[in-house]
Design a protein around this ligand. Structure first.
Ligand SMILES: Cc1cc2nc3c(=O)[nH]c(=O)nc-3n(C[C@H](O)[C@H](O)[C@H](O)COP(=O)(O)OP(=O)(O)OC[C@H]3O[C@@H](n4cnc5c(N)ncnc54)[C@H](O)[C@@H]3O)c2cc1C
Length: 481
């Protein structure tokens, strides 16, 4: 490698070790026995990181594995920090295990449909082993077909797939079981944020954490999720890794009486419906449907967005789901994450947090007020959202896309397009940067892999878990040799 990389701090340690010891093999042995030296380092303990660790352990090769996690261990996790800690964003998620190659990411572009299908089945069996329920939704083929037909007649495309629903409460116990499984077999460091990826001779060499510690590793898997996607994007720039843009997904969370959505949720629990808006020809879709669930605030470092989940036992009277519009921008724009953040921050500026607005008020061009919300038939489950006017913060293009789709959806689930329907904003998905990866999910730096939502290749628990397995299997192959 010509010159030193900016991230060469751990590499310098390796290099200086090599200077003192004549034989390279002795040098390797020496560093392997050091406390901070590992076969594999994984950054991020979400589904991608955890399943990578499980897969590496399953080979029984006695590998020395380090899992670095920026957040807290499971018992110390607080529900107001939904992204960080053991289990990642999956811990306080609704735990809908979407068993579909077409929903949850772009892995089919890397490993092909058949391999993806077989790996989805593989990780699903692991989820079952650690506590996922046997019951599957979306299995009544006749009903699904009927729903598909009504949707098609109204310009909506239903993506049929099967779902295993954990619910937020069961997510926690399943993750506890997984935590116990790996506990004594790997090193896990909490409150340990990876800040610098180290390389030497264009190969991964280790990771440096925010408290100044350095860990050496032959292989590194980066699995920092959406909360770490900004960091990953900055590190990619520093290391000269190529990235591309995924579409920016911006929209609102819709909340209605659960009875209104029953024609859909009784059949599929969650339905993915796709729609192309007439005005802009944008792809608009439903996302993360939570029957009898609650709307929640998603806290980021200096702004908040909205999300939703549901419990397997506790039920509310409402169903919520997101409507997101995907837009791809033209050159020279290349900051989709920053764009999404600006919109979320603008909503926060106007509403001092999340804004909620009745559909009827939006259509009449007026803000919602506490009184107008009270008059409506849907009681908001996110109590501290501020009644306001989303049209001041969300660009016209997205509002127009969302309204068109709600109108079409009203034909499938009558009552959706009514005055009382609540819209919360903004819902923004930060998986917009996509790292350039090989089919085995290796970056342009040898032995440096990336998996999960942070790399922009997945958007859900199952696909994130599969991506961890893909990276781990490639590492096992190389170690095996
Ligand atoms: C409220 C909510 C509900 C959801 N519901 C569903 C659902 O029902 N079904 C579904 O399939 N998906 C759902 N999702 C999405 C799902 O949780 C994610 O797709 C999935 O968790 C992604 O897995 P991951 O491992 O890539 O990343 P994450 O789960 O985000 O995990 C990444 C981990 O890396 C850590 N980290 C970040 N940066 C660093 C760093 N620099 N160093 C060390 N550690 C770092 C983070 O703290 C985090 O713990 C939901 C998400 C939310 C927020």
């Amino acid at each position: 490698m010509a010159g030193k990389s900016a991230g060469s701090t751990c590499c310098e340690a390796i290099a200086s070790g090599r200077c003192k010891i004549a034989s390279v093999s002795i040098a390797i042995l020496r560093f392997k026995t050091m406390n901070n030296s590992y076969d594999v380092i994984i950054a991020g303990a979400g589904p991608a990181g955890i399943f990578a660790a499980l897969e590496l352990l399953s080979a029984k090769k006695n590998l020395k594995i380090l899992l670095l996690e920026k957040g807290e261990d499971l018992p110390d996790r607080k529900s107001n920090d939904i992204f960080q800690g053991w289990g990642g964003a999956g811990t306080f998620s609704d735990g809908k295990l979407n068993l579909s190659t077409g929903v949850g990411g772009f892995l089919n572009e890397y490993i092909g449909e058949d391999e993806l299908e077989s790996l989805i089945d593989y990780v699903d069996r692991i989820f079952l082993k650690y506590g996922a329920p046997a019951e599957l939704h979306g299995t009544d083929e006749e009903e699904v077909k009927r729903l598909e037909e009504i949707s098609a007649r109204n310009g909506l495309k239903l993506v049929p797939f099967k779902i295993r629903h954990l619910g937020t409460d069961r997510c926690f116990s399943l993750l506890k079981n997984l935590r116990e499984e790996v506990n004594a077999k790997i090193d896990i460091q909490f409150n340990a944020e990876a800040v610098e990826i180290c390389k030497q001779d264009h190969k991964a060499a280790g990771v440096k954490t925010s408290d100044g510690r350095e860990f050496l590793g032959d292989f590194v898997i980066l699995a920092p999720g959406r909360s770490g996607s900004h960091w990953l994007s900055e590190e990619s720039k520093r290391l000269g890794l190529s990235t591309g843009n995924n579409p920016v997904d911006i929209g609102v969370r819709v909340e209605v009486a659960a009875s209104i959505m029953r024609p859909i949720t009784d059949v599929m629990h969650e339905a993915k419906l796709l729609f192309y808006s007439k005005r802009f020809d944008d792809l608009v879709r439903t996302f993360c449907m939570n029957p009898y669930g609650v709307v929640v605030k998603e806290k980021h470092k200096d702004f908040c967005t909205v999300n939703g989940h549901s419990f397997s036992t506790k039920k509310t009277n409402n169903t919520n789901f997101a409507i997101l519009a995907s837009t791809t921008f033209t050159e020279p724009f290349h900051e989709p994450i920053a764009y999404g953040q600006y919109i979320a921050k603008l909503v926060n500026l106007l509403g001092e947090g999340i804004i909620v607005q009745r559909l009827g008020d939006l259509l009449q061009g007026r803000r919602s007020t506490p009184d107008r919300i009270k008059k409506g038939s849907v009681k908001p489950t996110l109590a501290d959202a501020t009644p306001g006017d989303l049209s001041f913060a969300i660009p016209y293009r997205y509002i127009a896309d969302i309204l068109e789709m709600l109108e079409a959806l009203d034909k499938v689930a009558p009552g959706v397009y009514s005055t009382s329907t609540l819209l919360y904003g903004a819902e923004v998905k930060f998986y917009s940067m996509r790292l350039k990866l090989t089919n085995n999910l290796e970056t342009e730096i040898k032995n440096l892999f990336a998996a999960g939502d942070g790399a922009g290749i997945t958007r859900g628990i199952i696909h994130a878990a599969v991506s961890g397995v893909v990276a781990a299997r490639e590492i096992l192959k190389r170690i095996g040799k």
